[in-house]
Design a protein around this ligand. Structure first.
Ligand SMILES: [Fe+2]
Ligand SMILES: [Fe+2]
Length: 330
């Protein structure tokens, strides 16, 4: 964790080797030939300008994290950093630069693991466990975002989204006994595992080259196929159905699925995936404008969203507010 985040910077604070990412750079020279360096520095809380006259250091690279020393000061009524020194560093925590899931990824992982323990078919259980008990996979699965912009676009977003899909799909399966619960759990957990390789997230979320060229649907299906080779308890028919869930989970050719969902479980995981993504997307749009009742959605949504002022009240709070209302009327 950094000593200072941009949102905390106030006039007079002295910064000593605090990591910030360089978002923008302008190099100018004054009439008397002095080099004027102006940087926009960022972290997960915002951005700030940093200035240095007579800059004689090395070239600054955009997108790289630098340890910054200097003093926070007011310049034309704006809070800025008067730069003293800066040097590139690899020693930083991505969580300082990309927002984090509000949920604890380890708690979600434990919950997923206990759901996997309820899978009846040994082959399906072994396959999912081979991912969840693989330390290398888990390290990335706990950190990865589920998207670059639209939904769960933060550290820990992938496991949060996966947990949501699993819970939503399982809830639906409880109403329909003809659904295969084992496939619902496994399909939900595995549906987006390709995102572990599709996205990179050091100082900002980007698509990897592999992600751009292959996409998470194909990467995920390949990963499951590869692992299945070492699992002789897994029946070929269940493997095929799990691959079908992964390949069809976007539900439509236009959104990147090569095939449409053709089993009850694939359709359910697809709908759960959509609901989890859409609720997160609405929430992100609404939370940035706490005062507004009508909020413009993103361009793809193409609609406004309405924020109801009705709160989620407990029974006690409802009773109390009713008592207060009656007392006011008397
Ligand atoms: Fe997906
Ligand atoms: Fe998904």
């Amino acid at each position: 964790m950094k000593k200072y985040y941009i949102s905390q910077l106030k006039e007079g604070i002295l910064l000593e080797k605090v990591p910030f990412v360089v978002l923008k750079k302008t190099v100018g020279s004054s009439k008397n030939g002095r080099i004027n360096l102006i940087l926009t520095l960022g972290d997960r809380t915002g951005s700030i300008l940093a200035r240095r006259w007579d800059y004689e250091g090395k070239d600054i690279t955009i997108g790289v994290v630098y340890e910054v020393s200097g003093r926070v000061m007011l310049y034309n009524n704006n809070t800025e950093i008067a730069l003293e020194d800066l040097s590139p560093t690899n020693q930083f925590d991505p969580k300082d630069f990309i927002p984090q899931s509000p949920r604890n990824p380890l708690t979600l992982l434990e919950e997923l693991k206990s759901l996997v323990n309820t899978i009846l078919d040994q082959g399906i259980k072994d396959l999912v466990k081979s991912f969840l008990e693989d330390d290398r996979f888990i390290k990335n699965f706990l950190l990865a975002p589920a998207g670059k912009m639209i939904h769960h676009a933060y550290i820990g977003g992938l496991i949060e989204h996966t947990w949501e899909v699993c819970k939503i799909a399982l809830t639906a399966s409880e109403m329909y006994p003809e659904m295969n619960r084992d496939l619902i759990i496994a399909g939900s957990i595995l549906h987006d595992i390709g995102k572990v390789d599709e996205l990179t997230y050091s100082t900002q979320i980007e698509y990897s080259t592999k992600g751009r060229l292959l996409g998470h649907i194909f990467i995920g299906a390949m990963a499951v196929k590869e692992r299945s080779r070492g699992i002789n308890t897994l029946s070929p028919s269940y493997l095929q159905q799990l691959l079908h869930i992964i390949l069809s989970h976007h539900g439509d050719y236009s959104t990147g699925s090569p095939i449409l969902p053709m089993t009850l479980e694939a359709e359910t995981v697809h709908r759960a995936d959509y609901l989890s993504a859409q609720v997160n997307r609405f929430y992100n749009i609404l939370k940035d404008k706490p005062e507004e009742r009508w909020v413009k959605g993103d361009n793809l949504l193409g609609r406004q969203l309405y924020k109801s002022k009705i709160k989620n009240l407990t029974v006690e709070e409802i009773i109390m507010s009713e008592i207060e209302r009656l007392e006011e009327e008397e």
